[in-house]
Write a protein that binds this ligand. Structure first.
Ligand code: PLP
Length: 419
């Protein structure tokens, strides 16, 4: 089933139906798992045509479901990619074996020695490592901004990057992990266009959509070139697999699929099947988690042991952040941060008292997860960079799950009593 075959269905319907046609698999109502590493050719002529279609995009096998070897692509991967593209409202998608494999492929596809990138802060520790650790070793410069709703702050970073070399990518994480800080996608797209007009080279705008996921934010509709998502989180949804995806115009996605062949970072057949199955219920899980998250946020906001909270639903009317939120997010999501009164010692006391909430990195699972970013997910980021992104030793990140709300509140209450 291609994007053209999908009528004007809503996202909830696409999550169940897009990407799989029973006629392709003996009328099996649900997709089979194609547990194979290689594919048999019908004839020598067909083998040549399949390779021609894969590598040159020409010949009689173009648009046909021919496969070569699972690292180059397999039916399960095709289905997940079609479903993700439908959910993101994009022409195409490429799916990888983790979110970081996706970010890395985007970087390798687009930056070369002497180029520069701009990114928003806070940013996930792995992405930070890619652009401040690995890419500089290949001669790629970078600049960053912290206020994603302020034109001057973004423009300053863009100018700093341009001074280092051609600006190829503007990578924004919005809402950002762990503070749910917002970046104005449309503003960044505008600034990228201005850079293009001035220099003759328009940087691509890459949005990391992990914190809200395809149901709650659609960056492609807001003008982003590439929408990247760690599918490990809400789409996978059960904290039992790793996957990542990127969607956009087919002319940007096709080279990423080809690059994946070299990097060996395809999603395997079994995990592709798990992902297809999980995507069917993503809206149910996200809606329940968001209902729980609002109640948890209201409880924390009023608690005397809580010093602050970054829940998007509390953004104040009249602020630039609230205006951007109203424009680009469909809902507040279920991942946010709060700070306990005190510092690391108080945060640790609270964590060690929890009985129901799981202390673990990651987010977007069916169970509520909590973590201490300064000493876990954002450990490798310097204290100065953490502070710039609003992460202190008292910050805790909460990814609210789908448990009964009374049990969540009771556990939070008894652990906060220990602070
Ligand atoms: N982007 C964000 C915002 C994340 O939170 C994460 C992981 O936590 C990633 C990217 C990387 O995804 P993965 O863990 O699937 O490699």
């Amino acid at each position: 089933m291609t994007a053209e075959d999908v009528p004007n269905w809503q996202a909830e319907t696409l999550a169940v139906r897009a990407g799989y046609d029973p006629a392709s698999a003996g009328n099996s109502a649900k997709p089979p798992i194609y547990m194979t590493s290689t594919f048999a050719y019908a004839s020598a002529r067909q083998a040549k045509a399949i390779h021609e279609a894969y590598f040159d995009g020409t010949g009689p096998e173009v648009g046909r479901p021919g496969h070569i070897y699972s690292r180059l692509g397999h039916p399960g991967l095709d289905m997940v990619e079609a479903r993700l593209a439908a959910l993101d409202g994009a022409e195409g998608a490429a799916v990888f074996n983790s979110g970081m494999a996706t970010h890395t492929a985007i970087a390798i596809a687009h930056v070369r020695p002497g180029d520069s990138v701009v990114f928003s802060r806070p940013i996930y520790g792995g992405t930070n490592g890619l652009y401040t650790g690995l890419m500089p070793e290949f001669g790629v410069g970078h600049a960053e901004f912290c206020d994603g709703c302020d034109r001057a702050s973004i423009q300053t970073a863009v100018d700093e990057a341009l001074a280092q070399g051609p600006l190829k990518l503007i990578v924004i994480e919005t809402p950002a992990n762990p503070t749910a800080a917002i970046v104005d996608i449309a503003l960044v797209v505008q600034i990228a266009a201005t850079v293009g007009a001035q220099t003759g080279l328009r940087p691509l705008v890459v949005v990391d959509n992990t914190l809200l996921g395809p149901l709650m934010q659609r960056p492609i509709e807001l003008g982003a070139d590439l929408c990247m998502t760690s599918l490990t989180k809400y789409c996978g949804g059960h904290s039992d697999l790793l996957a990542g995806g990127v969607s956009g115009k087919e002319k940007l996605i096709a080279p990423l699929r080809l690059l994946r062949t070299t990097l060996g970072s395809h999603l395997d057949p079994y995990t592709s099947w798990l992902m297809l199955r999980s995507m069917e219920t993503v809206h149910l899980r996200v809606e329940r988690a968001m209902t729980n998250a609002r109640t948890v946020a209201e409880f924390l906001q009023d608690h005397p042991k809580v010093a602050g909270i970054t829940y998007l639903g509390f953004l104040v009317q009249g602020t630039p952040q609230r205006a951007v939120y109203d424009r680009q997010c469909k809902a507040a999501g279920s991942t946010f941060s709060f700070a306990v009164v005190g510092g690391e010692a108080e945060a640790f006391r609270f964590l060690d008292r929890l009985r129901l909430l799981r202390f673990a990195v990651s987010l977007g699972g069916s169970e509520t997860l909590i973590t201490h970013p300064a000493t876990t997910t954002h450990y490798a980021i310097s204290q100065q960079e953490r502070a710039a992104g609003g992460i202190t030793d008292a910050t805790l990140r909460l990814s609210v799950g789908i448990e009964h709300i009374d049990d969540l509140l009771a556990d939070l209450a008894q652990a906060l009593a220990a602070v």
